[in-house]
Design a protein around this ligand. Structure first.
Ligand code: NDP
Length: 472
């Protein structure tokens, strides 16, 4: 049992205002993994005040000084990699070998890349008779989800600290443990008091205080579109800057000349990674109707490779989902898909055989889906792929763009130039061409209701900066 009974505020571990706790469950055993404090409105206030007091000092540090701190935080993350991967594999259900690589590996890049981004960043430039300077936006509140819990924290905390902002972090209640490890690392590194603060607690209490607080200058949120809307409304009352990284229903277009033997298994993987609990998952595979039989056969064959099981067992490719609520939600979408007339070609709503406990869902593939169906429109956040046949490239693009979301996408073709031309027509923030791999330095974020703002690399740093013009 991992019992955390303190919050990290103003440079030290402090007792929370109340005595409430949030129980964190193991996704594979359904047993208690530990608990964290259920912080209160007063705890959130205390953290914001500490961050506000620390702002002037931290904003006044040199780029070199901030780079040194960030490098030391990255080194701390490296030392704690195994702890981080283990706890996230248990909380979220990602198989341990992938959790090591992604859940523990990516945060190191998110933070470790910042000194490189800062090096030579144009904080000042001349525009005619003006000196234009970029300054930190102020106190940042970061509210993060559970699916890539430390990556999403690091993608906010890294650039915010690099910019010279101070931070209050509220991690997701389902997967808060790695944020406490980060706070321990930051404490060891000796960041000045108040520069980083951690308050766990319910989104509706701690999150809403942060989103409304007049001393918070910016709110950076990743999570559901519904919570994003609420945060945007609350933040608008004090005209804060709001960065939102929300849901997706991303389309993967396989063009007529695509190499299906690569594109179908690759596309399936881009849907099923982390049991489909990925905002940029490619959940709609749009394929030429003339090649539908081939696509179906390849998908059914590829899905057998996705062995479902304990995230800590050798050979597991898909672990459980994060929670009972999430498992039930995903299963209800599968039932809905069948009811609405999609053809179930793999998986289904039942518990996978041999796994009595754990929030498992079978990797599930629907074919002959039409884009108006619920499973083609709503974010399921589970291991469910919808194959949508179309009759032309124009129709493929129209279907891909027929979504309230615009986070990611994919295009496969034997001709990369042709794929690029199609990619330019997708209204999304990211597009993989022929399975191009995730780039942690490239801007990440959405069009339409997938949010606003960009994270990671130079674009991620720019989110946390204000611009001032001084006329000479
Ligand atoms: P939420 O959006 O509710 O949670 C994300 C974060 O926001 C958590 O820290 C949460 O706190 C906090 N939060 C929730 N409500 C508020 C509020 N009113 N004010 C301030 N903060 C708030 O996601 P869920 O965990 O409920 O997941 C539901 C669905 O959201 C998923 O099925 C999926 O479709 C989508 N989702 C999308 C993600 C993405 O990356 N695009 C990530 C996670 C979920 P707390 O944990 O305490 O509730």
């Amino acid at each position: 049992m991992i019992v955390r009974d303190m919050l990290y505020i103003d440079g030290g571990w402090v007792k929370p205002d109340g005595s409430g706790t949030i129980e964190v469950l193991h996704s594979a055993t359904e047993e208690a993994l530990g608990s964290v404090p259920s912080g209160s409105a007063a705890d959130a206030e205390r953290a914001v005040e500490a961050a506000a007091r620390a702002f002037d000092g931290w904003a006044g540090t040199s780029v070199d000084e901030r780079s040194k701190y960030l490098t030391r935080i990255q080194e701390g993350l490296q030392e704690r990699m195994a702890d981080i991967a283990n706890v996230i594999a248990a909380e979220v259900g990602m198989p341990i070998h992938l959790a090591n690589l992604i859940q523990a590996g990516l945060p190191m890049v998110d933070i470790g890349s910042m000194p490189q981004v800062l090096d030579g960043f144009p904080f000042e430039e001349r525009v005619g008779n003006s000196l234009v300077v970029r300054e930190p936006v102020g106190v940042v509140a970061a509210i993060t989800p559970w699916n890539y819990p430390l990556h999403q924290v690091a993608a906010k905390v890294g650039p915010a600290l690099a910019a010279g902002c101070t931070v209050v972090l509220k991690p997701a209640s389902e997967a808060p443990m790695s944020a406490f490890i980060l706070a321990e690392i930051i404490d060891e590194v000796g960041l000045p008091p108040g520069v980083f603060n951690l308050v766990s607690g319910p989104g509706r209490v701690v999150g809403e205080v942060l989103a409304s607080h007049p001393q918070v200058d910016m709110i950076s949120f990743t999570g559901s579109t519904e919570a994003g809307r609420r945060i945007g409304e609350l933040a608008s009352r004090t005209v804060k800057r709001v960065a939102l990284e929300l849901g997706g229903k991303s389309a993967n277009i396989l063009l007529e000349d695509a190499d299906l033997s690569r594109a179908v298994p690759g596309g399936l993987n881009a849907c099923l990674l982390n049991s489909g609990q990925t905002c940029s998952a490619l959940t709609r595979m749009i394929v030429p109707r003339s090649r539908l039989d081939e696509v179906e056969a390849l998908a059914v064959s590829a899905v057998t490779e996705f062995v479902v099981g304990d995230p800590f067992a050798d050979g597991t490719r898909i672990g459980p989902l994060v929670s009972k609520a999430q498992q039930e939600r995903v299963r209800s979408y599968i039932v809905k898909g069948v009811e609405e007339g999609a053809t179930l070609i793999a998986g289904g709503p039942e518990q996978p055989e041999g796994l009595e406990r754990g929030y498992y869902v079978k990797p599930t593939i629907f074919s002959r889906v039409t884009n108006g169906m619920t499973i083609a429109q709503e974010e399921i956040f589970g291991p469910v792929l919808s194959i949508i046949p179309v009759d032309s490239e124009e129709e493929a693009i129209a279907v891909a763009n027929d979504s309230i979301y615009g986070l990611a996408g994919g295009v496969s073709s034997a001709d990369p130039e042709h794929a690029k031309a199609v990619a330019r027509r997708l209204r999304t923030g990211q597009v993989e061409i022929n399975g191009g791999s995730f780039n942690p330095m490239a801007p990440f974020g959405g069009y339409k209701q997938s949010g606003n703002g960009r994270e990671l690399g130079r674009f991620g740093l720019e989110e946390f900066l204000e611009v001032k013009a001084m006329q000479m």
